[in-house]
Design a protein around this ligand. Structure first.
Ligand code: 6CS
Length: 349
């Protein structure tokens, strides 16, 4: 895989641009080339987003722009993709908070459990809250990145080798988490032994029993075949999987006003699209999993008491988040909590 990534990077840089410019490359006589790297494979929710982005941009630009999509594995891990975006080697990328914690500790707010509500519609409104987004824009901007959208890919679901209904059931369970440091605190709070790993190593980790469980939305559990190597699927609805679509700020600022408008309008159009699509993906992929593995044990009915135990155990992690992310992190958390409250009251965007 490493060889393939290096080859890919070499051909990217050959087509590219002077090292100091973040403008998009133009192949002589051809359309302007925009590159969009995603952290998931073809057929995923991020791929649906990027494919629709590509279709709309190419159509609306009358063929003057061509968007190439780089799925997971072609350019490296999530962390490496974010680096490539910062350097302007790719113009667009998905950057999930689950892997952004070292770069932007504040963004880990989206990894806290029981902060968003049980209602996906209210959550969608909260993620688009203008005050929250204004604060996030500053944080991304400091890293040379421009935040385009924040969206859910569906509820996070645990797949494990044993039934888990209460925090005590997590004792000794080696739970794979993404690479953001806050996730260690989140699963230690339940008594688990969290193990950070890149996405591409989870299947073999489960297969070789280096880890006992992992957590991801249903569509990802299907497309990465995690259900094949775990016996239980448990949906505590503790948090949705949140990702962010991002562009390189230097690249965006280099665009003429009409192109900036094209990007902004396309992103706005994608908001309702991806909300519907991720729900459909998760529904359909659950059916597929059950068809392929009828013996899988599914728990989607934790009792109110069982959920409350997880909620209670998760509360202290908010303090750890504030210690990691500082006063600005605390501000982001308060903005998100306020946005959720407003959205639940039917006062969202
Ligand atoms: O678990 C992960 O690492 C990955 N999961 C999803 C659903 N998307 C990207 C992320 O890297």
């Amino acid at each position: 895989m490493r060889k393939r990534i290096l080859l890919c990077l070499a051909s990217l840089s050959a087509a590219v641009f002077s090292a100091c410019s973040q403008e998009a490359p133009v192949l002589i006589g051809g359309p302007e080339q925009w590159r969009f790297a995603i952290e998931e494979t073809a057929g995923s929710v991020q791929d649906a987003y990027a494919q629709r982005f590509k279709q709309l941009i190419e159509e609306k630009s009358g063929g003057e722009i061509e968007v190439s999509i780089y799925p997971y594995g072609t350019l490296g891990t999530s962390d490496q993709v974010t680096e490539l975006l910062g350097m302007g080697t790719v113009q667009f990328a998905m950057a999930s908070p689950g892997h952004l914690g070292t770069l932007m500790p504040e963004v880990q707010v989206f990894l806290l459990h029981f902060v968003l509500s049980d209602d996906p519609v209210a959550n969608e409104a909260a993620l688009n809250d203008p005050d929250l987004r204004k604060e996030l824009n500053v944080i991304y901007g400091e890293k040379g990145l421009r935040l385009l959208s924040v969206y859910s890919e569906g509820w996070m679901v645990w797949t494990t080798q044993k039934e888990i209904r209460r925090p005590v059931d997590f004792a000794g369970v080696k739970m794979r988490v993404m690479t953001s440091p806050l996730l260690l605190a989140a699963y230690e709070a339940y008594g688990a032994s969290p193990t950070p790993l890149p996405y591409g190593e989870v299947y073999s980790g489960l297969q070789l029993h280096m880890i006992d469980g992992q957590v991801n939305p249903v569509f990802a559990i299907q497309e990465m075949s995690f259900y094949e190597v775990t016996d239980w699927m448990i949906s505590p609805r503790h948090a949705p999987f949140i990702t962010t679509a991002v562009t390189n700020e230097g690249f965006y600022q280099s665009l003429p006003p009409a192109r900036k408008k094209l990007v902004d309008e396309t992103i706005a159009e994608l908001r309702p699209y991806i909300f519907e699509e991720q729900q459909r993906y998760n529904r359909e992929r659950m059916d597929l999993i059950l068809e392929r593995k009828p013996g899988l044990q599914v728990v989607d009915n934790l009792s109110a008491e069982e959920r409350a135990e997880f909620r209670d155990a998760s509360m202290g992690v908010r303090d750890q988040f504030v210690r990691m992310a500082g006063p600005r992190g605390e501000k982001v958390l308060n903005l998100l909590l306020r946005a959720v409250k407003r959205a639940k009251a039917g006062d969202g965007q």
